[in-house]
Design a protein around this ligand. Structure first.
Ligand code: SF4
Length: 273
């Protein structure tokens, strides 16, 4: 009797497998997770807590402080010129700007924020995604993804956002064509970008085939390496698993932490996208 494979996949997994199957194996099967040392990434999660408070009509500045405060003395890697305080102040200014703009509505905040969605895949596996919100941007009903970043998202040429794989994934799992990215840009003069796109049925079908092909390869155990050597942007240099590929214990200790029971599915608790 054939073995029944039952897995739960996410967009992060598909993206990581497509980037480098070996890295996928390290992260999702062997349990080598990246340490939470990037201040910007942790701050982004705190900022999303504050946005949720904003839509609950609570004091979102206080919510940001509450979420970010425990990391005041954390040994984070800050980009040049960044500090714990500076990030907090940028976050407060972004929340003020967002409130002043008043371009986003989430009428049904009880059920339309941080929405967990499932989709059954062939072979008994399933795909899970967390949508940040379903609401309206400038009066257009759409699904919404928040991003915090230090540089503006590129808007040209027109339609570029419709190729964003994460938005295509969310459209695929929700069946919603209209999508929006609200980008909170942490720079000297903060900015909020409101970017919209339409995802076609053809794109959703193509993503469906991509998921099927990718999960088939994972379940067949193909974990070859896609090293980025010699390309102008060497993907290995930004890969947290470089230390494992190079057998460099110092690099492993600096970047990774190995979870107990890694072959279980407990990493699902850590879906970040
Ligand atoms: S270091 Fe390079 S080859 Fe090794 S897992 Fe990362 S991307 Fe893949």
């Amino acid at each position: 009797m054939a073995k029944v494979v039952s897995m739960v996949y996410s967009f992060s997994q598909i993206r990581q497998y497509l980037r480098c199957p070996r890295s996928y194996r390290y992260r999702y099967l062997d349990g080598w997770g990246e340490k939470d040392t990037r201040a910007g990434m942790v701050f982004g999660r705190c900022f999303e807590d504050a946005l949720a408070a904003y839509f609950r009509e609570e004091d979102c500045g206080a919510a940001l402080f509450r979420s970010w405060e425990p990391y005041r003395d954390a040994a984070f890697e800050y980009k040049r010129g960044e500090t714990w305080d500076r990030l907090l102040h940028q976050g407060i200014r972004l929340l003020e700007r967002f409130a002043q703009d008043d371009r986003v509505r989430v009428p049904n905040r009880g059920k339309d924020l941080q929405i967990k969605m499932f989709r059954a895949l062939s072979g008994g596996s399933e795909f899970v995604a967390y949508l940040d919100a379903i609401g309206e941007v400038d009066g257009t009903p759409c699904l919404i993804d928040w991003k915090t970043t230090t540089s503006r998202y590129v808007e040209d040429p027109a339609g570029l956002l419709s190729l964003d794989p994460q938005l295509i994934c969310y459209s695929w799992i929700s069946g919603i064509s209209e999508v929006a990215l609200v980008v909170f840009v942490r720079k000297h003069v903060v900015e909020v970008q409101y970017l919209r796109a339409t995802i076609s049925e053809e794109q959703r079908q193509e993503f469906d085939r991509l998921v099927e092909a990718t999960t088939n390869q994972i379940e067949a155990g193909y974990f070859h390496s896609h090293s980025g050597i010699r390309f102008p942007q060497n993907g290995c240099l930004s890969c947290p698993h470089l230390g494992l590929c190079l057998n460099d214990e110092q690099l492993v200790a600096a970047n990774l932490i190995r979870k107990a029971g890694a072959s279980d599915l407990d990493w699902l608790d850590e879906l970040v996208d």
